[in-house]
Design a protein around this ligand. Structure first.
Ligand code: AHM
Ligand code: MG
Length: 335
């Protein structure tokens, strides 16, 4: 089998754009480099405990950073100096992030969650990095907030990295979805999952069922329906929930199924559920649609939502197309 690295694959795909300047490829190279550095640190995380250097200092007497802070700093430094971005948004940072002073400013806008599912770090469960790329709308200079607040339909690419039993990068630039597994012995992500297609319907559901009392009635009815042997597949769905979006999403992308973080009334300050539009919902919605699946709030396609705030939350119902459509039907009162 030919071995293709993620960079070679991106260069191949970019050949479809004879006018391409290589800037987009350069941006992705930066993201790949950040992913390699983050995976190295994630792999060391458990050892830090064993070596009893969990305090403020490591063996060299340097400050030990929390892994999510480290992941954020890595993305910000590499992209901020890479010359391809004009503005960025991160889950870890309240305000927009600009390229580092003195470094060139590019035409791309990147929103990212540097280390999602970070409550799973201490228990050694899978975590991930999520990113979405838009093209700037403003002209020249640093980017503006409006460059960040673009719809998912305007994305030029999106992806995630899952730090699981191996590290895998899943990526789309609008020509299908491809997965690359990291080979630490050569320091490269190698093509392992070409043209991923999500099954049109699955048999797995992923939702935090501890929140049942807070859900709206249609979601309660839907989940009861999935668990019934009188549902459309005549046997109960299987429940799988890690509480790490990338891990829950990745499994359902490969196997088929549905992930829900619906709106709920648990916290009046968060009426739209927990997950964020720009750097969690949008990139995964882009990927799932590229793979033949769907992503919705229950009443609206995720990619069609016009963001109004950087850290906006949104209900997320994502996965196999027929399963997502069925939730929309429950919400519309058809059952
Ligand atoms: P985080 O960005 O603070 O890590 O939170 C996001 C995570 C997602 O990975 C996951 O889907 C969700 O929170 C789980 O939330 P809950 O514990 O409420 O089920
Ligand atoms: Mg997150």
């Amino acid at each position: 089998m030919d071995t293709l690295t993620v960079s070679q694959h991106i260069i191949e795909q970019q050949k479809q754009f004879p006018e391409a300047t290589g800037e987009y490829t350069g941006l992705l190279e930066n993201i790949i480099l950040a992913a390699k550095i983050i995976t190295r640190e994630v792999r060391k995380a458990g050892l830090v405990e064993i070596m009893e250097i969990t305090g403020k200092k490591n063996v060299q007497g340097e400050d030990v950073q929390k892994l999510d802070v480290f992941a954020n700093d890595t993305m910000v430094k590499i992209l901020g100096r890479g010359g391809h971005v004009c503005i960025m948004a991160s889950e870890e940072v309240e305000d927009p992030i600009y390229p580092v002073d003195g470094y060139p400013i590019g035409k791309y806008v990147v929103s990212f969650d540097p280390l999602d599912g970070s409550s799973n770090i201490d228990v050694n469960a899978s975590i991930g990095t999520i990113f979405g790329v838009h093209r700037r709308k403003s002209e020249g200079g640093r980017g503006t907030i409006d460059d960040l607040l673009q719809k998912g339909t305007e994305l030029v690419g999106a992806g995630y990295v899952i730090y699981g039993s191996s590290t895998i990068m899943v990526y789309s630039a609008g020509f299908g979805v491809h997965g690359f597994t990291y080979d630490p012995s050569v320091g490269e992500f190698l093509l392992s999952h070409e043209d991923i297609r999500i099954p049109s319907k699955g048999s797995i559901y992923s939702i935090n069922e501890g929140n049942t009392i807070y859900w709206d009635e249609p979601i309660r009815k839907y989940v009861e329906y999935l668990k019934s042997k009188h549902n459309h597949v005549k046997k109960p769905y299987t429940a799988r929930y890690i509480g790490s979006l990338v891990a829950d999403f990745h499994r359902n992308l490969l196997r088929g199924g549905i992930f829900l973080y619906p709106r709920d009334n648990k916290d009046p300050k968060k009426p739209h559920g927990k997950l964020r539009l720009l750097y969690e919902a949008q990139p995964l919605a882009y990927i799932v649609e590229q793979a033949g699946g769907a992503a919705s709030t229950g009443t609206e396609r995720i990619l069609d939502i016009q963001p109004t705030e950087l850290h906006q939350r949104v209900p997320l119902i994502i996965g196999s197309k027929e399963d997502v459509e069925m939730v929309e039907e429950f919400i519309a009162g058809k059952y």
